[in-house]
Design a protein. Sequence first.
Lengths: 315, 315
Amino acid sequence: MSSMAAMPNTHDAGAEVSTVWLRVFLEVARHGSFTVAARTLGWTQSAVSRQIASLEAALDGGPLFDRLPRGVALTEAGRLLVPHAETVAAALHDARRELGALREAAGGRLRFGAFATADAALVPHALALFRARRPRVRVTREEGLTPALLDQLTAGHLDLAVVSTTGRAPLESYELHHLLDEPLYVAVPDGHPLAAHEGPVPLGHFADADWISGSARPEGTLLDAALRQGFRPRVAHVVGEWTAKQGYVAAGLGVTLVPALAAESVRPDITLLRVRDEGAPARAVYAATVRGRSLTPAASAFLDAVREATAKIPA
Amino acid sequence: MSSMAAMPNTHDAGAEVSTVWLRVFLEVARHGSFTVAARTLGWTQSAVSRQIASLEAALDGGPLFDRLPRGVALTEAGRLLVPHAETVAAALHDARRELGALREAAGGRLRFGAFATADAALVPHALALFRARRPRVRVTREEGLTPALLDQLTAGHLDLAVVSTTGRAPLESYELHHLLDEPLYVAVPDGHPLAAHEGPVPLGHFADADWISGSARPEGTLLDAALRQGFRPRVAHVVGEWTAKQGYVAAGLGVTLVPALAAESVRPDITLLRVRDEGAPARAVYAATVRGRSLTPAASAFLDAVREATAKIPA
DNA sequence: CTGCGGAGATGCGACAAGCGAATGTCTAGC
DNA sequence: GCTAGACATTCGCTTGTCGCATCTCCGCAG
């Protein structure tokens, strides 16, 4: 019993107002009766009585209703409160509605991107899983190289991107969910001198080969691995399309690098030689999202699907 | 264990939203931190954390904030909610402000009316009591006959009216707080034949007298009492002002009725003769308010003052 | 004038919400 | 790796609010 008297909250003018009280207030004002309002709201009359009493005490503006023998009637203060209570109710209703619409739009939508070879097996499997679980989600897919996909992520045009890294430091502003480290293969035509090579072959063996690549410069592509092995590959033909690349290789015009994800889908007259990992790992594949930005439910579900699909793919 | 399973409120999308949660939400949004917002609001961090969690659960629109290592940041849903939360806060603030203003205006104001002779002693006494207790209340006074005062009450221009009834049935729509039943006196000049009459004199003794009255017709005035005694008084002079009336009487031009409330303030050369109550009571004085309309605090205090003043007046 | 019925107020017991304090988890920075 | 900062979680307790039953007040009908 010390001096901490804490001032009992008798007649506290700053008391908080419950939205429940306001809803009840409006209902009572509409019907002019506590009892009817109580029935409408599914409560008892005593509850409504105390709700209004609480509201009157909290607002400290005197009675809001005159208690009459046949019901109640708004006082001047009550009439003054009505429009504000309606404003509050409308604001809450609008907020709920708009949040629902947002949830519908964001939760019912998945925008993801992936680099080309991920589309060979990983993405289709993941997408099949995802569609089975979230059939109503509208999915949009974008194809592109890793840097472009990350830009799209930052710009908010994508929810998630399946990206690869050739060993460079991943950017700090992304959340990278590691999926797998994929080994590389060199695709050579049947009959190539090294076609019968046993076990992983060092990439340096192809330092003098003609290369088929999607880009004239190796930087930023799979051929970056060649640079790390100490030689600059000679790009004999720039071919973007994977099927076309295979054609060039099969015709003996050169060799090309094939990531593991695409290894399953090579034509039979081509031999894949596993590249020996020397030093840096071949290539890591991630599902990237923006760090600190919450995932939509759809993106979260797709991330799960991608992980499960990854587990099904032979590493 | 019947079918009334009542669906436990897990994940109830229709849950109510507390205004406290919204206030906390805005504070967190402003500062970008639960901890800072908690300090600002005088709560603990854990409280704020649960407030936001409750709000997110109630709105069911996903997280409102992304939890980052250095604080929090609004999500899309959170950004969407901000203006609505501000609308609610503003509406509540406005309501409080306007109610305060109303309270200030209504609580600091007293509008009352009284009939003329009540101003002789009753109203001044009551007003003195009231002003001593509520010195800051602005008082406006209106003078008028009972019917006019009642009309002003109904129209909302008066908070309270001191009215009299000559025996007619009081209207149902007013709350009549009985103050006193006042006897009537007949004012006669010194030397009048009946001036020395012992005890109450029947009004019929003045059936042939010349009357001084405020109105040519007796209906609705004090002279209504004469009608109830079975004679129609001859109004010789129509004089409204009380002082002037006394002059007329002193000059021997006629007699006039004086209600008890004005009995104290007659000039010395006039004699008052108590009228004998025969049948209906002379006149009742009430403080009238509108039935079913709540009294302002000032009106309530003034009503008390009038009652106390009544007790001090000799009946 | 005396019950009767309808309307709001209130006491009571029970349950749920919400608080503070202490503790756990995660991340960044040294 | 350790410390510091920030949010989440658990625990015990206070406070608020419900339903139920009851009370009071008022108008109405017999």
